[in-house]
Structure formats: C-alpha cells, structure tokens
Design a protein around this ligand. Structure first.
Ligand code: PNS
Length: 164
C-alpha cells in the first residue's frame, strides 16, 4: 500500500492545500494530512480545531485521514511507517525553504523519508494562510481563498459574523 503524509500548519486550510490534498489522494492509496503542533507559532486555530476543519473539508475523500503530530516529522513518519512526505510548491520563493526541509528530513531519516513536491495549480499560486488571516482581520473577502464554512470560522475568530 502506497502511503504518504502531508504535514503542515493548515492555519487555516486553504483551497491551495485542498488542491494538493485532492491530487495527492489520487496518487497514493492512503494520505495522512497531519497538523503540526508547533509551540513556537501562535496560531489562530488550536490543533484540535484545525484537525476538525480538515476532517470536514476532506470528508468526501475516503483515503484521506487527518491527524496531528509534535516533534520531528521523521519520527512521526517512522512511527506511522510512512516514507513519503508531500509538500506543495507555489512559486520559486517556496523552493529554497522547501528544499532545505526536504534535504534535512532525508539526511536525518538516513534516506527513509523522501519528499514529493506538487506544484500548486496556478489559480491557487497566490494563496497563503497568512494572507487569508490578514485579509479576514480587516473584514476583507476571503471567499476565493477558503471554503465557506472555513471563512465563517476565521471571521468568527476576528469577531465578525461573516463578510459584508
Ligand atoms: O505549513 P508549514 O508551516 O509551512 O509546514 C511546515 C512543516 C510542518 C512541514 C515543518 O515545519 C515540519 O515538518 N516541522 C516539524 C519539525 C521538523 O521535523 N523539523 C525538521 C525539518 S526542518
């Protein structure tokens, strides 16, 4: 069985992430989307909230599981017996950061964890969770960035009921 992990912060999940999830789910028998429990960042959504949002957003994909992890990705992948990490590449600006993570993971895992990059579909290349949060914090329209139920939850965090 071909398995892969798609790790990330997903704070919140965007249409760009969902595009990667749909495409990776076609390529692998089982895809685990896993939310990093990262103490350093101060997220908008708790890990539990992000897991629930991802479960809702992927409920129509039977071979997609949602989970969370702390610590090193290579340790988590070893526990799950998974040897492929998926990451999305939006633009050349992502490449240096992603290459560094991929090569570090390959080295630390002694070659056991490889990374497969999916180039984000062009219509989502501009999207990032950070810009979604910034736009929503000023009550701007994020309907082209995230599913409606996610947008409602983001606005709620900033004290708005929905966009005007
Ligand atoms: O969505 P993000 O924040 O860009 O995802 C980054 C992520 C989760 C892939 C990366 O930070 C990660 O895997 N962190 C876990 C810690 C780890 O394994 N670090 C070693 C690789 S640099």
């Amino acid at each position: 069985m071909k398995k892969a992990i798609y790790p990330g912060s997903f704070d919140p999940v965007t249409f760009g992430h969902l595009d990667v999830i749909h495409r990776a789910a076609e390529m692998f028998d089982e895809l685990t989307v896993s939310v990093l429990n990262n103490n350093v960042k101060s997220p908008l959504f708790s890990v539990d909230e992000r897991v629930k949002i991802l479960q809702e957003a992927t409920k129509d994909l039977p071979n997609v599981k949602v989970d969370s992890f702390s610590g090193l990705l290579i340790d988590y992948a070893r526990e799950k017996n998974i040897h492929i990490a998926i990451r999305g590449l939006r633009a050349i600006t992502d490449f240096e950061y992603e290459l560094q993570i991929a090569q570090t993971n390959k080295l630390l895992s002694k070659g056991k964890l490889d990374t497969v990059f999916l180039t984000t579909s062009l219509e989502y290349a501009y999207l990032s969770s950070s810009s979604v949060k910034e736009i929503a914090s000023f009550h701007g329209d994020i309907s082209m960035c995230v599913p409606k139920f996610v947008a409602d939850k983001v606005y709620e965090k900033y004290g708005y009921s929905s966009v005007n």
